[in-house]
Design a protein. Structure first.
Length: 152
């Protein structure tokens, strides 16, 4: 009986930990990105620091990006894309971190801070994923720009 209770507690702990990881981790990376951007215009945001886990390339997709275009950019079919709202939600940008031929992590970032300005179907290698904060639009929202590419 005692052994069953211990096994049940361990199983419940693992399930709770997995649920927290699934629910909190995406928000934690988006939050870290937001914290960097909130430092203001001229700040350099390094995605390697924002997302300190293992990844090779990062992709940013703007609102209404079709799933087929995402698959094409990534170079493989990502089943998890169906869990995103990017095809129909104008209020988010999708950020996808890839390691090898699989998605290591993804999150949707609210457009109150604009990332579509760095959207590129080729993505960015880890060492290239450094951007400068600037302001865009009538609302003067914070946005990211590539130091090597002109601002949109």
């Amino acid at each position: 009986m005692r052994r069953r209770v211990v096994i049940l507690c361990i199983a419940l702990g693992l399930i709770a930990g997995l649920c927290c990881w699934i629910l909190v981790r995406p928000h934690a990376v988006s939050w870290a990105l937001s914290q960097q951007m909130q430092r203001g215009q001229g700040t350099t945001v390094d995605f390697a620091e924002v997302a300190p886990f293992a990844w090779d390339r990062v992709y940013v997709f703007g609102p209404y990006t079709p799933h087929d275009r995402i698959h094409s950019s990534l170079g493989f079919r990502w089943v998890g894309v169906t869990s995103t709202t990017i095809e129909w939600n104008e209020g988010v940008n999708l950020v996808v971190f890839v390691r090898g031929a699989e998605v290591a992590h993804w999150f949707e970032h609210p457009r109150t801070e604009e990332l579509e300005t760095i959207a590129d179907p080729k993505g960015y290698a880890r060492q290239q994923a450094r951007f400068t904060v600037h302001r865009v639009g009538v609302e003067q929202r914070l946005a990211l720009a590539s130091p090597t590419k002109p601002e949109k």
